[in-house]
Design a protein around this ligand. Structure first.
Ligand code: ZN
Length: 321
């Protein structure tokens, strides 16, 4: 029998990427389509076409799907706001494409598994990943298995509360880490700091700065922008301290394009804040923050790995050697 292979699909807000992925994370064949948003029938049709094209006649390949939203472990997308879907039994709908398991999970969780199996955290069995983007996403791998929770809603790291009564989060609560370290939050904080700041900063001339504006200003040498990123990094470290106390991971990953570009400000601040707050910090070294390595492929690779786990066909991996 040939080596285990699965199909991994990442359904993003605008694009749908899919590939056949080997058990070691190697991409065999890949393609990309536009995501048909707000049209469940067309989305299912697109997924079927993707799977059949990649399967090339085989009907026994496990299929893994990552999607932004709340997904229950039985493969039902409860709510995918970016793609405009609600209560779609996606695994059941696609059961006619393969005789193997179809695994569906949140895209950020899928990305964490992808990085743990084939990216920046390869060789580690316990991993926490933060993805800093428009919001803050994340994923948790415990003992080489993706943490899904009873309802599939685990690892909503963005809504870990770091400041009771703090800044308002898009979820409706106050003080979530997303309200301090997302691109949106970084832009808002920058606008406030720029308005209250006497010294020079290019951010004062930007009406509604985004995280990207702040990143670009920081990279161009704007000290206020750099300070705002250090502040966001500190909050990330505060969140990480609770997660490290809870889960004792070997490594903490940071992903998201803007975070990678500005890691020189975010990561040292996060590391310092973590080291100060972590339990037992006098006699214990904090796990390092590492940068994610797979970029946009992480979710697709991780979804395939989850499908292989589900099929019980994954190759040996995650050794501590
Ligand atoms: Zn929140």
């Amino acid at each position: 029998m040939s080596d285990p292979v699965a199909i991994g699909i990442d359904i993003g807000g605008t694009k749908l990427v899919a590939a056949t992925v080997a058990a070691d994370g190697r991409l065999i064949e890949r393609h990309r389509r536009e995501t048909p948003a707000h049209d469940t029938a067309l989305l299912l049709q697109t997924l079927r076409a993707s799977i059949r094209q990649l399967a090339a006649g085989r009907t026994d390949l496990p299929v893994g799907i990552g999607i932004a939203g709340l997904v229950s472990p039985d493969g039902v997308i409860r709510y995918g706001p970016n793609i405009g879907v609600r209560d779609v039994a996606i695994a059941e709908e696609l059961a006619d494409t393969t005789s193997a398991p179809i695994a569906v999970t949140n895209d950020a969780s899928a990305a964490a598994l992808g990085e743990q199996r084939a990216g920046a955290a390869q060789g580690h069995r316990d991993v926490v990943m933060f993805t800093l983007g428009t919001g803050v996403g994340g994923g948790i791998v415990v003992g080489d298995r993706l943490l899904l929770g009873a309802n599939g809603f685990a690892a909503e790291i963005g809504h870990l509360i770091v400041a009771e009564g703090g800044r308002r989060c898009p979820c409706g609560a106050r003080g979530c880490i997303e309200a301090y370290a997302s691109g949106t939050a970084i832009g808002r904080v920058a606008a406030e700091r720029a308005a209250a700041h006497d010294g020079p900063t290019v951010l004062r001339d930007v009406p509604m700065p985004t995280g990207r504006d702040v990143s670009q200003a920081a990279l161009a040498g704007d000290e206020l922008a750099q300070q705002v990123l250090v502040e966001a990094g500190t909050w990330l470290g505060v969140a990480a301290a609770s997660l490290v106390n809870l889960l004792d991971p070997e490594v903490l990953l940071v992903g998201g394009g803007a975070a990678l570009a500005t890691s020189r400000w975010i990561v040292p601040a996060a590391t310092e804040a973590l080291q100060q707050r972590m339990l037992g910090n006098a006699w214990r070294v904090a796990p390092a923050f590492e940068l994610a390595a797979l970029g946009d492929d992480a979710g697709m690779v991780g979804a395939a790995m989850l499908a292989l786990d589900r099929a019980g066909a994954a190759a040996p991996h995650g050794s501590r050697s």
